[in-house]
Ligand binder design. Structure first.
Ligand code: ATP
Length: 513
């Protein structure tokens, strides 16, 4: 019987009893409570039976051309999908059907896009779900949802007259984590078992061929059973894009936005090392929003740079530090910038003292090349740059502040990495047996040596540091080129000063190239 009839009958009976003088108030209250419970949990019919997985569409519009970079992932995925495209050939060769592909990589790198493109490429329907949708406190519900998801995929494919369906499960580590490792492990284990049962039952002769694509940022958490041959036996890495990839993604997301001639996308791609496709998409969108706010007709370099700051550091804050605090921040950032420019010439993209996110100021670096391995010298340079802020405060203002705590933490982590990767004078050490004192001493020595290297550099450039800090207080932001100009002119002054006959033979120079 329909829910509406039951409700109508109940209300009618209550009215009748009320007319006959029966006290119906308790029954009314009970009814209201029941109604509230049902509406909170999605209605009587769905009570305890919420479905997992959203149907995104019969065949997504996204193609592999919409996925920037990721050439290797795309190639591997296309190779894996060939069997769905050429089924007869696959059958003739006796190929076991490919049932699952795992896409693993950092967030926002395009795993969902790739899965949608795979559905488009194989002309399949596409269903997407997230691992957490299957996790319930009631035993058996998760397993039931897995069953339903596969049934819905088949039904949808038949309705749409397609022979293939792709089920995309994001955060698959939640559903397919190592068995026995979860708190309410029985329910988790049943859900995973059901997924394995469904996948084991897939065959090339099914009228709808289902392919499950799982995505994860944590492949280390997955139960080994799901990677057994015949289940998710293809693992495709979807990494952060390299410079070429970033350029491609930027072009893709700027395609529909009018760009000013001043924009140098190559330089922007270089400066965005470490950003994912999702970050880059957000950057392009933010830049267009900024242009809109300025009533500009085109998106310019300025908007893109500001959007980059926003994506990396967070929203600009209205909070204005006091004059004294601002001076300290300016000196601190100028210290980082000068040392960065000296140890890695041309690497500073921008120095600013406008507060954003958790930072009162920051230096944006633009790496010369993407880096994947770090020799000891690079890590030491990094430590020098990190310590330079506090050392600059020391030299110019006579004391340090709490503003350097994050720098110190990062410098310490970097020093620990030098020790644990066997790059310190201790050589290769076992952290478990080397003893904390020995490791702490090695770490301290690395940091001390960095201070001894960096302090003279700060002293040598003290005058130019003060000038940069003054400039920052007025302009808020100076570009890498302006910084290099200031440093360059400082070098020329020093050179001229040394050339004067009266100064020959004196201390090498206060300001040196
Ligand atoms: P998560 O692991 O957080 O689920 P994901 O890897 O699945 O993330 P997507 O959802 O595919 O990432 O990407 C989010 C958005 O970022 C996309 O809609 C797209 O706009 C942009 N994007 C990410 N990667 C790329 C890429 N390689 N090319 C073009 N756009 C991309």
């Amino acid at each position: 019987m329909k829910l509406e009839y039951i409700v109508g009958f109940a209300v009618g009976s209550l009215v009748f009893l009320f007319i006959r003088g029966v006290n119906t108030l308790p029954a009314l209250l009970m009814g209201a409570l029941l109604y509230l419970l049902m509406t909170q949990s999605g209605g009587l019919r769905d009570f305890g039976r919420r479905k997992a997985g959203a149907v995104v569409g019969d065949r997504p519009d996204v193609t592999f051309h919409d996925v920037g970079g990721q050439a290797v992932a795309k190639r591997e995925l296309v190779e894996a999908l060939e069997f769905l495209k050429d089924l007869e050939h696959a059958k003739a060769l006796g190929i076991r059907p490919l049932k699952g592909i795992l896409l693993s990589g950092p967030p926002g790198t395009g795993k969902t896009l790739l899965a949608k493109a795979a559905a488009n490429y194989t002309d399949s329907v596409f269903l997407s779900a997230s691992g957490s949708e299957f996790i319930e406190v009631y035993a058996g519900l998760g397993a039931q949802r897995v069953r339903e998801l596969f049934q819905r995929a088949r039904k949808l494919a038949r309705e749409k007259k397609k022979s293939g369906a792709i089920i995309f499960i994001d955060e698959i580590e939640v559903l397919a984590g190592k068995r026995g490792s979860q708190v309410g492990h029985l329910e988790y284990d049943q859900t995973l078992n059901q997924l394995l049962v469904e996948m084991d039952g897939l065959s090339l002769d099914d009228d709808v061929r289902i392919l499950v694509i799982g995505a994860t940022n944590r492949p280390d958490l997955l139960d080994p059973a799901i990677q057994r041959p015949g289940r998710f036996d293809r693992m495709v890495r979807v990494d952060l894009p390299d410079k070429e990839g970033r350029l491609e993604i930027l072009k893709m997301h700027l395609r529909n936005k009018p760009l000013d001639k001043s924009v140098d996308l190559e330089a922007l791609a270089k400066e965005t090392f470490g950003l994912s496709g999702a970050h880059l998409e957000s950057l392009c969108n933010e830049a267009a929003i900024l242009a809109l706010r300025k009533r500009a007709k085109k998106v310019g370099d300025e908007e893109l740079r500001e959007a980059l700051d926003k994506v990396i550091m967070g929203e600009k804050l209205d909070r204005r530090p006091s004059e004294t605090e601002l001076r300290r921040v300016a000196v601190h950032e100028a210290g980082h910038a000068i040392v960065a420019e000296k140890v890695r010439p041309g690497s500073v993209a921008q120095v600013t003292v406008s507060p954003r996110g958790n930072a009162l100021g920051y230096v944006r670096h633009s790496p010369q090349d993407d880096r994947y391995i770090y020799p000891r010298e690079t890590l030491e340079e990094e430590i020098d740059i990190l310590l330079a802020g506090a050392l600059a405060e020391d030299v110019v203002l006579g004391s340090r502040s709490t503003g350097a705590s994050n720098d110190f933490q990062r410098a310490l982590d970097m020093a620990k990495r030098i020790v644990s990767y066997g790059m310190s004078p201790l050589g290769v050490v076992d952290r478990d047996t080397a003893g904390p004192d020995l490791l702490a001493k090695a770490t301290r020595e690395i940091l001390k040596a960095a201070e001894e290297r960096t302090l003279p550099l700060i002293r040598r450039y003290e005058n130019v540091l003060r000038r940069i800090a003054d400039d920052l207080m007025v302009k808020e932001t100076i570009s890498g080129d302006q910084l290099r100009e200031l440093l360059g002119s400082a070098s020329k002054v020093a050179w001229r000063w040394r050339k004067l006959p009266s100064n020959r033979g004196k201390v090498r120079s206060r300001v040196e190239a």
